[in-house]
Design a protein around this ligand. Structure first.
Ligand SMILES: Nc1ncnc2c1ncn2[C@@H]1O[C@H](COP(=O)(O)OP(=O)(O)OP(=O)(O)O)[C@@H](O)[C@H]1O
Length: 725
């Protein structure tokens, strides 16, 4: 810094002096010329000199700053360089003197360090452990400014000794030709050049984070081209990358993707842990370990690739500083390449997913439009899960959007007790299949309703209330998260052995917003599709789900679909037949819908549904009001999930009250077998057989103590109806 000030000052003075000199010269010339004869020659000289003098003056007035910091005349530059070299020589002498006294102690320290290194390095792990140590080393570089002065001075001492050794080696190297140096990767010698302004910029920065392992290279002189990137920036960049490298160096490889994997990598982790602990305990030991100057097989490249200590950095010319920066950049790039080449091929978004091999397939549950569902067992925990294989073959252009949506929506909404919970996403063995592991729920509502219907059983009103309140609370949660399910139907509702209903299959789910965006109207399975969708609206929202909920409520009661249309036209007709053909008064805006304009509908009387449910005593008046609120033609007037949940049908003002889920009857689950047993496969009930045997035969059989099933056709025939068994 003082150098810089001095030189600036000198240069300033120099320019002033030259200016004065030129002024003096011009005035003396002027005097001469007036006193002498007025010859042509002297006149010309006079005018030339006066013009030169004027120009010099104006240059000195306008460009003072530029002169002060611009490239200096050769002599000044040489003088400065000479001063620098002189200083260097003095410093060197001083160092040598001190180093001699410390040499012996340093040799001892180095020996100890080598012993330590030998103890801690495992054969075959050299590259990784070096990287690991290097990481810590860089970490310490970053932390160095916080370290106590005592530590830094001991670093400096060790460093001085290294430099002394290095100088000896330099002496041997003197006889080498420049070509040899280049072959060894040493920098090409270029004319020395300094730029004081840039130097000033650099000196203003703090260099407290620089590596103490730098060895000065008095012999090399380089050109500074870019002073904007300081060594600090380079170090910061390195630090960031190295942290990433350590993360990548985790137990994730081409074969195993499990975070639970126990493989040889864990051994590596242990090693890292030991080193890291050591680092915490003793920073110095690690730094010495990492110091290649202590190694016998030190190469020239290594020497050039040191980060200089802050003090040394200040002493360096800009050219040397630039050399260091470049060397560090190169070293960093080479190391990056080497590390990258060691990495397994992986797909970033899927990295960290476990492999499907972690599960054992128990049985296939079902196959839907978008995937096959299996019952699987986690090999580690024995936990039973549902594994849905997302169909990839249907998607020609990458990952299926439906699968992505399903994963996203379920991850977003799946933390509700009435929405199926996704546990994890798994990869197939060849990474070409994606599985979703979900909590296993024993029944799907559709199969359950079919079974009940076959057995002529019904859900009680209390059970219906419980089912509906569970369904509505899952939907309320979903809608609050701005998610539309768009495929609510009984086969997408699951029920556990403990009577908990769960909404599944988010394959068509979408996030909606305010204002609404146009979506396709071809959503929701036909029987559960709302009239506005059937009439072609593309601006729809949560009421489409609420219509499906109305259809599901009716199905819970009827045990069969309410509107089982065979096509879109039949579907809308069925709805209008039950609820009445809408008018602008009932449903404002209906006549604007494309479907309405394209078709002509018969005028059906308003709401026949009441008759069906009330007259059939399937629902009481309160219950019907809820159903009616859900199956309202005008989507704007349709109940929302929250409105429905607040409905008096669910309150404890009227009996029967909702049944606690755990009191629900249990059913054999189809999903726990390969297929649900057909009705004909029911166990035979011999005691019933007597009922179909005529009284005479029965008496006879009783006398002979023979049961009807023991009687074989032949001797005599028994009259009974085989279709009942
Ligand atoms: N978590 C689960 N636990 C148990 N069984 C499940 C689970 N998820 C789905 N299933 C079963 O798999 C069937 C198909 O699942 P899902 O509806 O998610 O697939 P899909 O291909 O989207 O079907 P869809 O054709 O209805 O759209 C369900 O009807 C149900 O029987």
């Amino acid at each position: 810094m003082s150098d810089h000030k001095e030189s600036s000052h000198d240069e300033g003075e120099l320019s002033d002096e030259s200016h004065k000199r030129s002024n003096r010269a011009s005035s003396s010339e002027e005097a001469k010329s007036t006193s002498s004869s007025k010859g042509l020659e002297s006149k010309m000289r006079e005018s030339i000199l006066s013009r030169l003098s004027k120009r010099k003056q104006s240059e000195s007035d306008d460009d003072t700053t530029e002169q002060r910091f611009s490239i200096q005349p050769k002599d000044a530059q040489k003088a400065k360089e000479e001063r620098y070299r002189e200083k260097e020589r003095e410093r060197r002498k001083e160092r040598e003197h001190r180093d001699d006294r410390r040499g012996e102690r340093e040799v001892e320290t180095r020996q100890k360090d080598r012993d330590f290194k030998g103890r801690h390095e495992k054969p075959g792990r050299d590259v990784k452990s070096h990287e690991h140590r290097h990481h810590h080393h860089r970490k310490h570089e970053g932390d160095q400014h916080r370290r106590p002065e005592r530590d830094r001075s001991s670093d400096r001492d060790a460093d001085k000794h290294r430099r002394r050794e290095d100088r000896n080696k330099d002496r041997h190297r003197k006889s080498r030709t420049p070509d040899e140096d280049q072959l060894k990767g040493s920098p090409i010698k270029k004319p020395r050049h300094t730029n004081n302004q840039e130097e000033a910029k650099l000196f203003d920065r703090g260099f407290s984070v620089l590596d103490p392992n730098y060895k000065t290279k008095e012999k090399e002189v380089l050109v500074v081209e870019d002073v904007e990137m300081s060594p600090i920036e380079i170090l910061e960049e390195k630090d960031e990358k190295e942290i990433v490298e350590v993360i990548i160096d985790s137990p994730v490889g081409p074969k195993k993707y499990s975070k639970f994997e126990s493989d040889p990598e864990s051994d590596h982790d242990e090693q890292g842990k030991v080193e890291s602990e050591n680092d915490d305990e003793d920073d110095d030991v690690v730094e010495v370990l990492d110091d290649p100057l202590n190694s016998d097989d030190e190469s020239d490249d290594d020497k050039y690739n040191r980060t200089p200590e802050d003090r040394e950095w200040e002493d360096m010319t800009e050219a040397e500083q630039r050399l260091h920066r470049e060397a560090m950049k190169k070293r960093h790039a080479v190391r990056q390449k080497a590390l990258i080449s060691q990495l397994p091929v992986f797909y970033p978004g899927l990295m960290g997913c476990r492999n499907i091999d972690e599960y054992e397939c128990v049985n296939r549950v079902d196959e839907g439009t978008f995937g096959v569902v299996y019952r699987g067992k986690d090999k580690r925990t024995d936990e039973i899960v549902a594994l849905k294989r997302l169909k990839m073959e249907k998607e020609k252009e990458g990952f299926p959007i439906t699968a992505l949506r399903e994963i996203n929506m379920l991850l977003k909404a799946g933390n509700h007790p009435n929405i199926v919970n996704v546990k994890e996403i798994l990869l197939g063995s060849n990474m070409d299949k994606i599985y979703m592991a979900m909590e296993f729920v024993e029944h799907d509502m559709k199969s359950l309703l079919d079974t009940m219907s076959r057995r002529n059983k019904r859900f009680s009103i209390g059970e219906q209330k419980t089912l509906m309140s569970q369904l509505l609370s899952g939907i309320e949660h979903m809608h609050k998260l701005w998610i539309l399910h768009r495929d609510l139907k009984t086969s997408n509702l699951l029920m556990s052995h403990t009577g908990v209903l769960k909404i599944a299959d988010f394959g068509l789910a979408r996030e909606y917003g305010d204002p609404l965006r146009k979506f396709t109207s071809i959503v929701v399975t036909l029987w559960y599709r709302s009239p506005e969708l059937l009439l072609g609206t593309r601006l729809y929202s949560t009421p489409v789900d609420m219509w499906s909920v109305g259809c599901i409520m009716a199905e819970f009661i009827l045990l069969k679909p309410l509107f089982p249309g065979r096509g879109e036209l039949e579907q809308i007709k069925k709805i209008f037949m039950e609820l009445g053909t809408p008018t602008e008064a009932i449903w404002p805006g209906v006549t604007e819908l494309d479907g309405w304009k394209a078709l002509t509908f018969e005028k059906y009387p308003y709401n026949q549904l009441r008759k069906k449910f009330l007259a059939g005593r399937l629902l009481n008046d309160t219950g019907f009001k809820l159903l009616n609120g859900l199956l309202t033609l005008d989507p704007k007037n349709r109940f929302s999930a929250s409105q429905a949940l607040d409905h008096e049908w669910f309150t404890f003002r009227e009996e029967p009250y909702p049944v606690p889920p755990e009191e629900f009857p249990t059913f054999p689950a189809k999903s726990e077998q390969n297929k649900a047993p057909p009705p004909a496969a029911k166990p035979k009930q011999p005691e019933n057989r007597m009922a179909h045997v005529d009284p005479e035969t029965a008496k006879l059989l009783k006398q002979f103590e023979v049961r009807p099933e023991q009687v074989k056709p032949g001797g005599f025939s028994l009259k009974f109806d085989p279709t009942r068994f």
